[in-house]
Unconditional design. Structure first.
Length: 562
């Protein structure tokens, strides 16, 4: 692991903010690193309010989208709410469809089949709309590059409203409205909404027409918070407000689908990490293993007993997903070794029978072993399809764009993308991708980095600091859990390995004459010898609360020691 200490902000800014807010300098340092330098910015950060959400009509084409939906309702048209099969897409479809159904019955949903139709708007979906008398499709979390699909629909007198957050191409589809803050001509104040977030802005605008306030829409924020967490968008601005209030709904008044997924969890309060690791994978499992429709059924069901039935089916899909993920990861790792590709700048693997629903997860698993841009291909119809994952700081979308002459299609973000190509182009693409990455990646990016916010002493870890750090939540990109460095720490002699394979490390540490504090290092069991015989070591950690037998204590969650 590569330890990188973030540059310390100017002493003047830190001292001024510490005095203004009456907080320790370490807290002021963390805030300035996050771009918070004034009392008002700190108020917005520590006390999010729904009143700080932007006017939805600031988004380009929002007025056109609302006008077209209202016209459809006035004319008694059938509306089809269409979305991708992942968490962002299925939550967005659940949100917009269930909102519209509160006052208009002519609304149905459509999630494309991952295997039969693939990602995004499909011709099959448009044919379904045509055959069933739908004249308006609202596409969520997809569609920004679907120029041919929208034209095909237009020929059949079907209008499109596109709500997407992916990067547009040079041309926009000829839809009635295209809602995407990443449009060059959109001046909406916040750029980083997810697909479900844009769906929420749409219902916010529709709600204004019905004299609804933002408080009338808070029951939908459990969906938005889940999409924000799962889609790994920045936890800043509007995303942070929506996630903050969404978590409150998840914990106080969740929809039956969420209640059914989480009712067996012993934790009193779920945080954003629980959403990422407990709720999101299960919602995703439906589209990966069976069909995304199962997720929408769960999330829009208002009878708890029926929701429990849906949740148990989804639990079974999630178990199957875990087994596939484990097996395919082993096969992919074996392939890299067998082909002597351990020293390459990229991991590109293919097997025609790998399950398309888990290749994205497998790509992330491979990065845990070989830390480099990774593509996992499988056979999809008569083409090869892949999921791509990247390492910190490297834009995999740009790398794919540089090799796009070998691809049939591709799309995605800096850190995750998908693509298809013809079988005969696979090897040429694999070599071209390796060459592009080798020429453009900085060597440091090939070693995992721990980014450290600040160096502190163990004596700085007071109840007040712990209390304030809790108010930094919810955590996510650009507002990650603060990471600290402490030097000259020593174990008091309680060091032990934990876990079936001794893979974890438990310590009780002191620094100089400070009080001892418990520490846990997941996956650090092999570093125990660095702490024996009271040898001094450096530790990088987050500050956590440990709940045990009804008691809560502060502990260090070690990320690395040396």
């Amino acid at each position: 692991m590569r330890w990188t200490l973030k540059p310390k902000p100017s002493d003047e800014k830190v001292k001024l903010l510490a005095e203004t807010l009456n907080v320790e300098e370490v807290v002021a340092t963390l805030l300035v690193q996050r771009g918070i330098e004034t009392f008002e910015q700190a108020r917005q950060f520590f006390r999010p309010t729904l009143g700080d959400l932007h006017n939805p009509y600031l988004m380009k084409d929002m007025d056109k989208a609302v006008e077209r939906i209202e016209l459809a309702i006035e004319n008694g048209e059938n509306i089809l709410v269409f979305g991708d099969y992942d968490v962002d897409g299925t939550t967005a479809v659940s949100l917009v469809s269930s909102y519209l159904k509160t006052y208009y019955p002519g609304v149905s949903t459509y999630i494309p089949d991952r295997y039969d139709e693939g990602y995004g708007i499909s011709f099959k979906g448009i044919d379904f709309a045509d055959d069933n008398g739908f004249s308006l499709i609202i596409a969520l979390d997809c569609g920004i590059k679907s120029i041919d699909h929208v034209a095909y629909a237009k020929e059949r007198n079907i209008d499109f409203i596109i709500c997407d957050h992916h990067r547009p191409g040079n041309l926009l589809p000829e839809a009635v409205a295209v809602l995407d803050p990443k449009r060059d001509d959109c001046t909406y104040p916040y750029y980083e909404l997810c697909g479900c977030g844009i769906g929420f802005k749409l219902i916010q605008a529709l709600g204004e027409n019905r004299n609804q306030t933002i408080e009338d829409l808070t029951s939908y924020l459990d969906l938005v918070a889940t999409a924000i967490a799962a889609d790994i968008v920045p936890m800043t601005g509007e995303n942070r407000i929506l996630a903050y209030f969404g978590l409150q709904i998840i914990n106080s008044d969740p929809r039956p689908g969420f209640k059914a997924l989480t009712h067996q969890i012993k934790k009193k309060t779920l945080d954003i990490t629980d959403v990422v690791f407990i709720i999101a994978p299960r919602i995703n499992a439906a589209g990966r293993i069976k069909h995304g429709n199962h997720a929408v059924e769960l999330l829009t069901e208002f009878d708890f007993e029926q929701a429990q039935q849906f949740a148990s089916e989804i639990e079974a899909y999630n178990s199957e997903r875990k087994n596939l993920d484990k097996r395919i990861t082993q096969e992919a790792l074996g392939q890299i070794i067998e082909n002597n590709e351990e020293k390459r700048f990229t991991s590109v693997v293919f097997q025609e029978d790998w399950h398309k629903g888990v290749i994205g997860i497998v790509a992330s698993r491979l990065i845990e072993t070989y830390y480099r841009p990774t593509l996992v291909f499988t056979k999809s119809g008569d083409k090869y399809a892949a999921s791509a994952r990247s390492v910190k700081g490297f834009d995999i979308y740009n790398a794919l764009e540089a090799c796009s002459n070998h691809l049939e299609q591709f799309g995605g973000h800096m850190y995750a993308a998908g693509m298809t190509l013809l079988e005969e182009n696979y090897l040429a693409f694999k070599n071209a991708f390796e060459k592009v990455v080798e020429e453009t990646i900085h060597p440091d990016m090939l070693t995992p980095e721990i980014s450290i916010d600040a160096e502190i002493n163990l004596s700085d870890i007071t109840p007040k600091l712990t209390r304030i750090l809790k108010q930094f939540e919810p955590f996510g990109p650009q507002n990650m859990t603060p990471v600290f460095l402490t030097k000259n720490a020593k174990d008091t002699g309680y060091a032990q390995k934990l876990g079936a394979d001794d893979e974890h490390l438990k310590l009780f540490v002191r620094q100089n004459n400070s009080e001892g504090i418990g520490a846990i290092g997941f996956g650090l069991g092999n570093k125990m010898e660095l702490t024996t015989n009271k040898k001094p070591f450096e530790a990088v950690f987050c500050i956590d609360e440990n709940e045990w037998n009804g008691r809560t204590s502060v502990q260090l969650r070690l990320k690395d020691i040396k």
